[in-house]
Write a protein that binds this ligand. Sequence first.
Ligand SMILES: NC(=O)c1ccc[n+]([C@@H]2O[C@H](COP(=O)([O-])OP(=O)(O)OC[C@H]3O[C@@H](n4cnc5c(N)ncnc54)[C@H](O)[C@@H]3O)[C@@H](O)[C@H]2O)c1
Ligand SMILES: [Zn+2]
Length: 357
Amino acid sequence: MRELRVETEHPYTVHIGQGAVKLLVKHYRDLLAAADQVVVIADSQVAELHLPQLLGALEDFQPKVFRVPAGEGAKSAESFMDCHSFLLSENCSRNTVILAFGGGAVGDLAGFVASTFMRGVPFIQVPTTILAHDSAVGGKTAINHPLGKNMIGTFYQPRAVIYDSDFLQTLPENEIRSGMAEVIKHAFISNEGWLDELMAYQDFSTMSGQELEGHLEKGIAVKSAIVEEDEFEGGVRKFLNFGHTLAHAIEAHLGYGKLTHGEAVVLGMAYALELSESPELPRFLNWTKVNGYPITLLVNMPFDELLPYMKKDKKSTAAALNFVLLGAVGRPYIETIPEQRAQAAYDKLRKTIKEMI
Ligand SMILES: NC(=O)c1ccc[n+]([C@@H]2O[C@H](COP(=O)([O-])OP(=O)(O)OC[C@H]3O[C@@H](n4cnc5c(N)ncnc54)[C@H](O)[C@@H]3O)[C@@H](O)[C@H]2O)c1
Ligand SMILES: [Zn+2]
């Protein structure tokens, strides 16, 4: 079992490994026993596949389970209210503990519910996707507004992250790609040797369980080091948004959930590398191609349609676009880019991709 400590204002441990759910009662018995109720907010699809395993691990705590729509649909205002209605109808109180069971979507939703129910109750993340190595650590919670993704949310750290790699075995291919995108993002902003290792993958299905756990641990270490330095995103935490300005615009433009988050981030990272004039771009584009990322989508997506969303990005001000760029691998920085240059780089990237097809 791998363990990492996240030293935020309220520190907590991330446990990674096969059978990690068993640690719930081993390490968190006191927290669970002190609760008047234990409530699992579960992604409906994940509940279908893995709920018995989680409930089995919770032994005699007899948790109540509330299922929310699978994936991004969980992050709506309606589903947020439904969670509160459920908690109230079950007579939950400030002493209730919430468990988030699913990918990043349910983690973001359940974290936001936990941070707002009765002004805050403890919660534990039980992530079930590769991508959630990113979302379950760091304490950002959110739901979406029709005008923008993650626009309503809080900073609220979990009491623990229980990352059981057994759950990852049922992930479909596009969700594996999505999660590996955030893994490679963490490598881009931190460590060249690790980036080389990841770039060597031609097919993620050849990755062993041990290898994957190692990548998850490294990714979480990068994320938690940054979060420890800058919990509330005044500075370096913005580097975690490498590739995200364009990615969020693409997701909003296509409609949430049409493309996985990580797949959108891959397109955004290619663009950020182009803006950075990085020598890593050709190798990265080749990597996206062999691993089946939908990079060619950019060819038919005009800049004008994405620009309004990029202007709404939380990192941008009214007049300028701010991007996380890369001086070299492991050396991210923020740069303000005039619209014209942003457009020129975008068109150049589209041309390169077109020639690659
Ligand atoms: N809070 C943060 O810091 C942070 C960071 C990155 C991303 N996010 C958010 O995370 C969300 C994306 O998370 P995600 O990629 O985990 O996707 P997700 O939660 O939307 O899940 C994707 C799909 O996979 C299914 N699924 C989940 N686990 C499964 C399993 N073990 N087996 C089979 N199917 C499974 C779900 O039902 C869903 O259909 C986005 O909303 C994004 O904004 C948040
Ligand atoms: Zn992301």
